[in-house]
Design a protein around this ligand. Structure first.
Ligand SMILES: C[S@@+](CC[C@H](N)C(=O)[O-])C[C@H]1O[C@@H](n2cnc3c(N)ncnc32)[C@H](O)[C@@H]1O
Length: 237
């Protein structure tokens, strides 16, 4: 059994700050480019009209925020993340695309969001919730910032349940991915942390219960790409 890795905020922020320069490249390589499709699917699931304000929690280098604007799904995006170096890269990408007036990135913790209550129409979290030390508190915070009826979309890695695929994937995820990740990022533990954090994250049924307790309804957990990733969708009661 894998032991749950430490998710102390200073450790997690420090780890993402350290890998920030190679984070986007590794995402594209290690997911063979599918990560972009997963983010677009999450944004589409929100059913936005293009006039709304979207809050992207654990925004990192702003890939979801940028995609939400490129697709015209939301009018404005506010991204929050506690890793300064990830945000710095995001700010550069936003400026290069000329989207500075549309997207604002703010440093902050998912468990204490610097956002007014009931002030946003939709919330996204892509591959972030697994890293939060107290995911229950982050889910409550997301419910607090959403207007009643507002929609939530969370992407998080899962463990495929189809036997042959699960074995192949676990080999890739536990052995090959950490080797490539460590070699490219030059960080000795970040890409070993990834499989450890995924295998100790609550399974979909349990995470759905966390969303119920935080004040969400209409909760669905949809497996994407054989269950390598789950898309959780919900509505704020
Ligand atoms: C795997 S990256 C995902 C980044 C981005 N959402 C994406 O789709 O590429 C996880 C991000 O979550 C951030 N994070 C983790 N825990 C956090 C917390 N408690 N508060 C704010 N940000 C957090 C990290 O700093 C990191 O940038």
């Amino acid at each position: 059994m894998t032991t749950a890795p430490s998710k102390r905020p200073d450790r997690i922020a420090g780890m993402f700050d350290a890998i920030a320069p190679r984070y986007d490249l590794l995402n594209r390589v290690l997911s063979a480019g599918i990560d972009k499709r997963w983010r677009i699917q999450a944004i589409r699931s929100l059913g936005l009209t293009g006039r709304e304000t979207l809050l992207d929690v654990c925004s990192g280098t702003a890939d979801v925020a940028l995609e939400a604007r490129r697709t015209g799904a939301a009018a404005r995006v506010l991204g929050v993340d506690f890793a300064r170096a990830m945000l710095r890269i995001g700010v550069g990408k936003i400026a290069r695309e000329g989207r500075t007036p549309e997207i604002t990135l703010v440093q902050g913790d998912a468990t204490n969001l610097p956002v007014l209550s009931e002030s946003v129409d939709a919330v996204t979290v892509a591959f972030g919730i697994r890293n939060v030390e107290r995911p229950e508190a982050a889910c409550r915070e997301m419910a607090r910032t959403l207007r009643p009826g507002g929609r939530l979309a969370i992407l998080e890695f899962g463990v495929p349940r189809i036997p042959g695929i699960a074995a192949l994937y676990l080999w890739y995820f536990k052995y090959l991915l950490p080797k490539v990740g460590n070699a490219v990022s030059k960080h000795s533990s970040a890409y070993a942390y990834l499989p450890a954090s995924v295998s100790t994250f609550p399974p979909p049924e349990v995470f759905c219960d966390i969303l119920v307790a935080a004040g969400f309804t209409e909760i669905k957990a949809v497996p994407l790409t054989f269950g390598i990733v789950y898309l959780y969708t919900a509505r704020r009661a």
